[in-house]
Design a protein. Structure first.
Length: 421
């Protein structure tokens, strides 16, 4: 081998090591600050390079983000799947994936945050996540279809809908775990839910492991429907006071840029105010954030009360999902902020920790009152409440990314049917 050949190999090895170092540093920055809050200069400095040196390996910030996401897929998905899964084996592989994800919490937090940010069509990772969700749900549905062909899974099921429901559970549980790991056993809850799905779709009622369950009649999935979006804020012609206008403008800006990427100047401009005029109503960005989160809670409470939900029931959860499908802007903002808040120090961190704890408690009480303490598959009301939140959050994320491919209310109804069996 000539010196001319061997020298570049050493250079490639050094280059590969530098790329890996950059990717590891970028994972932490993106998990903590998101795309808009991260800086190539800071990433380069922590990686021991100049910004020009970083750009030698990754030509732009957008290219770096895509490389980080592909790196995450290699670290997790590549180790969980053999490539030949079919039937119920694909569900077992997804459980392995959840176990692997727990070994790299930095990658998990980064993925959770970027996937939510990317609901904005202008985000550089939007196309990546749309393609990824389509590929993952398509691969899962194809594996389930192979199980139908060999007689393991019942025919006539909406396999794509089942695959979307599984992804919703996984994403929602990951978000809850990122906020408060000690409060949610992510792998156990995910494994239990996939076991219930396996029992409901397998020909002999078998789950991922264990004896057959009593056969249950398959219910047809409701036809997908989507309510028309509400008119945009500035086109509806309704009078609002300045404070309400600012909050609605903040919903849009925070949904597009996240908390750290948003500025008071941008919110003021969207509300057609000076920044000084905005500060007259809200003395700082944190107080604006708190008021905005309170507005969303208030809107949800009014909606539930309008549906007669003094004590929430599953039908009210289904109705809320239909209502949420009419207000993508509000849902995008709330989803982005929830994902951002998984990092300590975020001003909304305590709010979301408290909110999820409160909703898990209220949900468990409501499920116990409506369905009793013995739910299908042996799940407890406490476990079912965490899963229901996970399905709602995960389904909203998929719907925000690709509303034409995902029916948000139908996914929520599919899960509530499992609880009623």
């Amino acid at each position: 081998m000539s010196p001319r050949t061997s020298a570049p190999r050493g250079g490639y090895a050094v280059g590969d090591a530098r790329r890996r170092r950059i990717l590891d540093v970028a994972v932490r920055h993106l998990a903590e600050r998101g795309y808009h809050g991260s800086s190539l200069a800071r990433i380069a400095a922590e990686a021991g390079l100049s910004q020009a040196g970083l750009l030698h390996h990754f030509g732009s910030k957008q290219e770096l983000v895509v490389a980080v996401l592909e790196h995450r897929d290699e670290e997790s998905t590549g180790h969980a799947f053999t490539g030949g899964e079919s039937g119920l084996d694909v569900l077992r592989a997804l459980v392995r994936l959840a176990e692997i994800n727990l070994t790299r919490p930095d990658l998990l937090r980064m993925f959770t945050r970027l996937s939510v940010e990317a609901a904005d069509p202008g985000h550089p990772a939007h196309g990546y996540f749309v393609r990824r969700y389509a590929a993952v749900t398509g691969r899962t549905a194809a594996a389930l279809a192979a199980g139908v062909d060999r007689g393991e899974i019942r025919a006539g099921l909406d396999l794509t809908g089942i695959a979307q429901e599984i992804m919703a559970v996984m994403d929602g549980l990951q978000a809850q775990w990122c906020l408060r790991p000690e409060a949610v056993d992510m792998v156990a809850r995910f494994r239990d839910q996939l076991d219930r799905i396996a029992r409901s779709i397998s020909v002999d009622g078998r789950g991922l492991a264990g004896p057959p369950a009593p056969a249950a009649g398959a219910e047809p999935r409701p036809a997908a429907r989507r309510d028309a979006p509400l008119p945009r804020r500035r086109d509806d012609g309704r009078a609002r006071d300045r404070r309400s206008e600012i909050l609605l403008a903040a919903l849009e800006v925070f949904g597009e840029l996240g908390y750290r990427g948003a500025t008071l100047a941008a919110v003021a401009e969207r509300a057609r105010l000076t920044q000084q005029g905005l500060l007259h109503h809200f003395p700082g960005k944190e107080s604006l954030l708190v008021a905005m989160l309170g507005l969303r809670e208030h809107l949800d409470t009014l909606r539930m009360l309008a549906e007669g939900a003094a004590t929430p029931r599953l039908e009210h959860i289904e109705q809320l999902a239909e209502y949420n499908a009419t207000r993508p802007g509000v849902i995008q903002t709330f989803t982005v902020l929830a994902a951002e808040s998984v990092t300590d120090g975020h001003p909304a961190h305590d709010y979301f920790v408290e909110r999820y704890a409160r909703l898990r408690t209220l949900g468990a009480e409501a499920l116990r009152a409506e369905l009793g303490g013995d739910l299908p598959g042996g799940v407890t009301p406490e476990e079912a409440a965490a899963l229901l939140l996970a399905v709602q959050d995960g389904a909203q994320l998929q719907w925000l990314l690709d509303p034409d491919a995902v029916d948000l209310p139908a996914l929520v109804r599919a899960f509530t049917r499992l609880l009623r069996r």
